[in-house]
Ligand binder design. Structure first.
Ligand code: ATP
Length: 346
């Protein structure tokens, strides 16, 4: 069985009057791509800094590979941190930047150069070794920072919003590359982001943070399809909350439910045909339709109160068909199994 690369127990960090980390329990497996996701100020970066050793916890412990490292300095921990601003040395070549840590460790020159070349190859930057960071694009600089992290072969790589400075296209490309790279090298990645799509794209598992606590830990599918609270449902995807009263036939005990937009079928109210069995239905008026090329997004004000978002694939739908829905009366339908309970009734 694979062990835990990282184990956090009852971790707390207080800055003055702010409880930045309010009791975090977490186990991250060896070789996992693990993301910490949450809004600004939710404590993700502080947890990362506690793992790296840049901060000392107010209470609780940090274990790496089964060993308590809570009192060890950063350089005594087998981890490497990649920051958003890359922190490359501008006066050094790419190769020197990548090999710098090995030089500090007094690794002989020939081996330094060999390992730097290897690391640059793994991030597909062979041939860029002699350039200065200023002669690279943002994405290339980001990859140099990764190569510099990989060259020391740490057990764990900590990444704090490393793609934050890149434009959206490049960012999406780097997400895939980073995920592939992580699979290749097999190092445990702990990735901090406030971007839900990024976390869903890259992670084996995600911890969703709010107010210094973990609201839910799970695979992307678990987090998306079975959110543990209204907060998670809203932060990862569109929450589409409804209560027993707002839909005509939410089954089971009363409570608050979440239904994801792509599960909802939008039908004209005038459409003929029986209600499908085992489906929840709700009537309403279309407040807005947004044609997005591959999909259309409907905002529907329900007769019973509240608003739902529905997303439909544009299989045979044209933008003219879509426009005809604006302001019209519709009937929404989705299978009962897509009603996911996020809260019990009080
Ligand atoms: P962001 O996405 O904005 O980086 P975050 O989820 O990473 O946010 P943290 O940076 O961990 O959040 O901050 C958590 C809380 O702790 C915030 O309220 C922040 O203001 C506070 N905090 C963090 N570092 C310090 C510090 N050195 N001194 C005082 N307060 C701090």
């Amino acid at each position: 069985m694979e062990g835990n690369a990282i184990r956090l127990r009852s971790l707390r960090k207080v800055f003055g009057r702010t409880e930045a980390v309010a009791g975090v329990e977490l186990a991250i497996s060896d070789g996992e791509f693990f993301s910490m996701l949450g809004p600004s100020g939710s404590g993700k970066t502080t947890v990362l800094r506690l793992i790296a050793g840049f901060e000392t916890p107010t209470s609780g412990t940090v274990e790496l590979d089964g060993k308590d490292v809570t009192r060890l300095a950063p350089f005594e921990r087998d981890v490497h941190t990649v920051f958003q601003d890359y922190a490359l040395f501008p006066h050094m070549s790419v190769e020197q930047n990548v090999a710098y840590g090995l030089k500090v460790q007094k690794v002989p020159k020939a081996e330094r150069l060999r390992r730097a070349a290897e690391a640059l190859e793994s991030v597909r930057l062979s041939g860029f070794g002699k350039r200065r960071p200023s002669q690279l694009s943002g994405g290339q600089r980001q990859r140099v920072a990764l190569a510099r992290a990989l060259v020391g072969r740490p057990r764990v790589l900590l990444l704090d919003e490393p793609l934050g400075a890149l434009d959206l296209k490049l960012r999406e490309q780097m997400q895939i590359e980073l995920k592939e790279l992580q699979r290749e090298v097999g190092i445990t990645f702990v990735f901090v982001t406030h971007d839900q799509d990024e976390a869903l794209t890259m992670s084996d598992r995600i911890a969703v943070f709010q107010d210094g606590r973990i609201e839910q830990t799970g695979t992307p599918a678990e987090i998306y399809e079975r959110p543990a609270s209204p907060f998670v449902a809203g932060f990862v995807g569109t929450s589409n909350l409804l209560t027993g009263e707002t839909a005509e036939q939410v089954v089971g005990k009363p409570g608050t439910f979440s239904v994801r937009p792509e599960k909802i079928r939008v039908l004209k109210e005038s459409a003929t045909g029986e209600d499908e069995p085992e489906h929840t239905a709700a009537k309403g008026s279309v407040a807005e339709v947004v044609y997005l090329g591959d999909t259309t997004r409907f905002l529907v004000d329900l007769d019973a109160g509240g608003r739902l978002t529905a997303v439909q694939q544009n299989l045979e739908t044209s933008s003219e068909d879509v426009a005809a829905f604006r302001g019209s009366r519709v009937r929404l339908q989705w299978h009962h199994r897509h009603n996911f309970r996020v809260e019990e009734a009080p």
